[in-house]
Design a protein. Structure first.
Length: 273
């Protein structure tokens, strides 16, 4: 029987079955007539091998402020060398626009060895060190030298491992950290997930040790508070721009702006809680 007629006959047999055919049955349909089981390139029988839920390049390829808001509610996944996976829901971000943004490491469009990742394709990690000890992780966006700082996570999976990693970075005997203390700040986040300078310039869409997946029940505009960034020093008007975004009412946020929340409630943008 010619290969085309044989495929049609097999399809008809599958369609007559009351239950949906298993994936391997569809793959077998695409085997060559001489018994070669290598799948062909037909779009009808292509099998997606990579994690289909992973956020891909198109998601990251958006303007910085838009990306900072879009990150809220998404899930950051870190796979440790021993195979354990740490999951956290992003609940707080800051946008750094590059160029004229006086608080950005790429202000004036200046590119250096340190900030090179900010000029790379959207979805590239920019990891830098502060105080010579702690790390912060950012993700590049559209725009020359623009990136989003990941400020806080709501831990979802691997909390024991997060505690181990946080404890290893703390000096002397300490009390066990509570869940809300694990990732409520950019440096704490990096400690809890074991993110250091080795992650600088990695691609979130390709890396096997760190990636993002879509969150469930993503927030609406009424759930997002836009306020000023933290710890940016004397940067003139840029210190007052509302470029920090967080989920209202989430206890894992590092710093809550009650004044801004009251103003939003007065304007009818959010309900009083």
């Amino acid at each position: 029987m010619p290969r085309k007629r044989k495929l049609l006959a097999q399809l008809s047999a599958l369609q007559s079955n009351s239950s949906f055919p298993p994936l391997d049955a569809l793959v077998n349909l695409n085997a060559t007539s001489d018994g070669d089981s290598a799948p062909k390139s037909s779009k009808y029988f292509a099998v997606e091998k990579k994690n289909s839920s992973q956020l891909e390049a198109d998601f990251f390829n958006q303007p910085c402020i838009s990306l900072a808001k879009s990150f809220l509610g998404q899930i950051l996944v870190r796979k440790l060398p021993d195979g354990r996976e740490l999951w956290g829901r992003i609940v707080e971000t800051e946008a750094y626009l590059g160029g004229e943004d006086e608080a950005s490491h790429s202000k004036g469009g200046k590119q250096t060895q340190r900030n090179a990742a900010m000029f790379m394709k959207p979805g590239t990690l920019y990891v830098y060190q502060i105080y010579g000890i702690y790390f912060c992780v950012n993700v590049s966006s559209q725009g020359e030298g623009a990136a989003v700082l990941l400020r806080s996570l709501e831990p979802l999976q691997g909390l024991d491992a997060m505690r181990e990693l946080r404890s290893a970075s703390r000096k002397g005997p300490t009390k066990p950290l509570k869940d809300w203390q694990l990732c409520n700040g950019p440096s704490k986040l990096c400690q809890a997930l074991g993110i250091d300078k080795a992650f600088d310039q990695r691609d979130l869409t390709q890396d096997a040790a760190i990636w993002m997946v879509p969150g469930r029940d993503l927030p609406g505009e009424q759930d997002v508070v836009a306020t000023t960034r933290i710890g940016i020093g004397n940067t003139g008007e840029w210190a007052q721009k509302p470029l920090r975004f967080y989920l209202r009412g989430n206890k894992f946020v590092s710093v809550v702006d009650k004044k801004m929340e009251r103003e939003m409630a007065a304007m009818g943008q959010i309900s009083c809680s």
